[in-house]
Design a protein. Structure first.
Ligand code: SF4
Lengths: 363, 72
């Protein structure tokens, strides 16, 4: 795989590791904001290459993990309406709602379909006009453009049986809330490379300016991750804080203008509830009223309002997502909660911090 | 979930392109990119090309890193 394998070159990884050891031996806690970073660090065993005292903690960047229990319950409730098909990315299939997961609902006879792209869900709606097709719109800025395009396409095709239950989140607002809470002490941040292809590095300038936390926008291959760590440690050693773009082959300082235009056409900012972080102002998007026909929250408002308040779970995913605890500090970790019998979303999602720690150890 | 795979563009038709990696081909939308050409590498996520890879930049980064590796 061109532009992927070259960045897995182990000689390069080790030479960066060597340079990192030369920078400083000060302890540092670096948050890898994105779940895909969590997985990459675990999968390639990168933590073993860091100097003593340098550790990585997971952040709130696993979309599956930060989806509020109430939102999962609401989406599942829509499956009980006769004639609906629930369509989702595969990542959500096994995430437990308060009483069942999508997978369990499917086994119980609910029409659940898994797709690779939200545009596939639009095709299902076109092919099966007798079905109400509802897509679970989960994800950060990397994913929202594909959802926006699906809604735009459904509108252009005059489909009346396609809607999205939209629980999208936006990254900068969550980082602001996390840093402002003062609860989590991080020395630096690895910022999510693919989110940043859409929003541009400038979207994070406030982190350096207001919070003086060193940041590196980082890609997902081992070489990329090591370069991100090196940048953060260098900034720390120099007493510097900036948004260093270590993923320049894909990311620029400005937002992608076409993506911005598309997103602004379909969505508007709204407050959003995050598992573990609570409601964060303007940290999500909702479908604009012009497209309300495609908004499952509008179309099925009565059913969604009737969903009971989700009971409090013993799962500590919320603390894990804030970087407040490591997965192994959850009493259920590895005992009651395992990848084959997951209790919380951080154990279900392939990029959840609990799943990464359980599979690869070294949390 | 924010995984995106670099794939090479082999065909373009309007807002749709055929992309390829390791013998696997996919049809993706290229609405977000204004200047895609055959042979370009794009990052693909959920059926949409979200960014074009600046291959010049990538090669430069790699050359620099390899140079540094050889010095050690
Ligand atoms: S180990 Fe399981 S129960 Fe504990 S925080 Fe992680 S997902 Fe939740």
């Amino acid at each position: 795989m061109k532009y992927s394998h070259e960045f897995r070159d182990w000689e390069i990884v080790q030479s960066i590791a060597e340079r990192i050891r030369g920078i400083s031996n000060r302890p540092a806690t670096i948050m890898e904001v994105c779940g895909t970073h969590t997985m990459s660090a675990a999968r390639f065993g990168l933590k073993s290459l860091f100097p003593d005292g340098v550790r990585l903690v997971a952040g709130p960047g696993c979309p599956v993990c930060v989806t509020a229990q109430q939102d999962i319950d609401a989406f599942l409730a829509l499956g009980n309406i006769p004639g609906t098909a629930l369509v989702s990315f595969g990542d959500m299939l096994r995430v437990p709602g308060s009483s069942a997961s999508l997978e369990q609902q499917r086994a119980a006879g609910v029409d659940v379909r898994i797709v690779y792209s939200p545009l596939d869900a639009v095709d299902i709606a076109a092919r099966e006009p007798e079905k109400q097709v509802v897509f679970f719109g989960v994800g950060f800025e990397t994913t929202t453009p594909a959802i926006a395009l699906a809604i735009k396409t459904a509108a252009e095709r005059d489909l009346t049986n396609f809607s999205v239950y939209c629980v999208h989140k936006t990254m900068p607002a969550a980082l602001r809330a996390l840093l402002a809470s003062g609860e989590v002490m991080v020395s630096g941040l690895l910022l999510p490379g693919h989110v940043t292809t859409i929003i541009g590095t400038r979207a994070y300038d406030f982190i350096a300016e207001e919070f003086h936390v060193p940041c590196a926008v980082t890609g997902f291959e081992p070489v990329d991750m090591m370069l991100g760590i090196e940048s953060v440690l260098k900034q720390l050693a120099d007493g510097d804080s900036k948004i260093d773009n270590m993923y320049a082959r894909a990311v620029s300082s400005d937002a992608n203008p076409l993506a911005k235009k598309l997103l602004d056409t379909i969505f508007e900012p709204c407050d959003a509830e995050w598992r573990g972080l609570g409601v964060i102002p303007a940290s999500g998007v909702r479908i604009r009223s012009e497209y309300s026909l495609f908004d499952a929250a509008e179309r099925f408002a009565d059913i969604i309002k009737a969903v009971p308040v989700a009971p409090v779970s013993k799962c500590l995913c919320g603390d894990v997502l804030r970087g407040a605890i490591q997965p192994a500090q959850c009493p259920l970790f590895g005992v009651d909660c395992t990848t084959s019998n997951p209790i919380g979303p951080c154990m279900v999602s392939s990029e959840g911090a609990c799943a990464a720690a359980y599979r690869y150890g070294g949390s | 979930m924010c995984l995106a795979i670099p794939m090479r563009v082999t065909q373009i038709e309007g807002a749709t392109a055929i992309v390829e990696v390791s013998g696997i081909t996919r049809k993706v939308r290229i609405d977000l990119l204004s200047d895609v050409e055959l042979g370009d590498f794009v990052l693909v996520h959920a059926g949409l090309a979200i960014a074009k890879i600046d291959t010049h930049e990538a090669e430069e980064t790699l050359a620099l890193l390899k140079g540094l590796t050889n010095e050690i």
